[in-house]
Unconditional design. Structure first.
Length: 335
């Protein structure tokens, strides 16, 4: 049976999804306030630099007197530090909220249990670890960034029924659409959710992609291009718009070593908490072979090529499978 605490933490996760992609590099936290087991306020993290979820939830309550007998539910431990905003735990104490139910502890070393301690010291009744697994999953980018000191890595590609990511015609690689329009729009939604998008030079030189979110209302990710042989031509779409681009070449990494560790470290230093890698096979396979990836999202389109560039080879745990009209989308995790 689902408990009351679980019901409200689930609600926190639901509303927190509204902030995904806008709060980066901060986690998108969800908070719910209840009084007599009725919701009296809700909030999620504002775009980066803005209010934390708890502040928005408290602000949404019209009768602040109710807070003295309220319960605050929140996906992540309320902060204890002065960052872009003052500590949420101080605000909770100031309003005298007596009960706080937390999904998971904040692993950011600036917080790491200090928020909970502050609340307990002020006499709050604190419960920690309700729907912890689901909260950690929701905050997967944030936890990977702080615990593994690298961004959360999502691999994405589309392949034909016979396992090719591009056909070869007349000895030439020909970029063609494998997936339908809806799948392509889903990819733009995904791009808006991640902080960076990474591809190899060949993908840029052959496909001239924009790597933006033009079919979805959301922020463009920072583009990262691996340009080992410095073959990147400068007349491409990615150099003709406002989205930021980081070029990886011999000036910032050493190609004779484990390149994924160096790239992810470089992105970690730039406060990038997540990256979606969109090809080509060589780039994707490098991350797979060096085992630096967390999730793979693979579309299979309703087409067959008979020959071409083979899709990456990997093994992962299939966690979901769905039909997107004519395409199949399978999502795998690496754990
Ligand atoms: C919360 N509620 O909604 C979020 C939290 O620079 P700041 O002040 O925005 O602080 C960012 C840190 O605060 C972030 O790294 C994480 O530890 C925590 N995020 N905490 O109480 C929120 N987004
Ligand atoms: Zn806070």
């Amino acid at each position: 049976m689902v408990t009351q605490h679980e019901t409200y933490i689930k609600r926190c996760i639901e509303i927190a999804k509204n902030g995904l992609g806008n709060t980066r590099p901060n986690p998108s936290v969800g908070a719910v306030l209840t009084y007599n087991n009725n919701i009296i306020g809700e909030g999620y993290t504002s775009p980066y630099g803005g209010n934390h979820a708890e502040v928005n939830a408290i602000n949404s309550v019209s009768n602040k007197k109710l807070l003295k007998e309220a319960t605050l539910y929140v996906t992540l431990e309320p902060c204890s530090h002065y960052g872009k905003t003052p500590p949420c735990s101080d605000l909770i104490i100031k309003y005298g909220i007596p009960n706080v139910v937390i999904g998971c502890v904040d692993d950011n070393t600036q917080v790491a249990g200090k928020g909970i301690k502050k609340l307990k010291n002020a006499g709050c009744n604190v419960t920690v670890g309700v729907m912890e697994k689901a909260c950690k999953k929701h905050h997967k980018r944030f936890f990977t960034y702080h615990n593994k000191r690298r961004p959360y890595i999502i691999l994405k590609w589309a392949e034909s029924i016979d396992g090719f990511i591009a056909p070869i015609t007349k000895d030439q690689l020909k970029p063609v659409w494998i997936t339908n329009e809806l799948s392509r729009q889903i990819v733009h939604k995904w791009r808006a959710e991640e902080q960076a998008i990474l591809v190899g030079t060949n993908t840029v030189n052959q496909d001239n992609p924009s790597l933006t979110t033009r079919d979805w209302a959301g922020q463009n990710p920072i583009r990262v291009v691996i340009d080992k042989e410095e073959k990147l031509q400068k007349n491409h779409a990615i150099f003709n718009d406002k989205a930021e681009t980081i070029i990886i070449n011999k000036n910032n990494i050493n190609f004779s070593k484990n390149i994924t560790k160096q790239i992810t470290h470089l992105l970690f230093k730039k406060n990038i908490t997540s990256v979606i890698i969109e090809g080509g096979t060589k780039t994707l396979q490098t991350f797979i072979d060096e085992n630096i990836w967390d999730e793979a999202r693979v579309f299979t389109g309703n087409t067959s090529f008979k020959s071409g560039v083979t899709a990456p080879k990997f093994s992962g745990n299939l966690v979901s499978e769905e039909k997107i009209i004519t395409d199949t989308l399978k999502i795998y995790t690496n754990d």
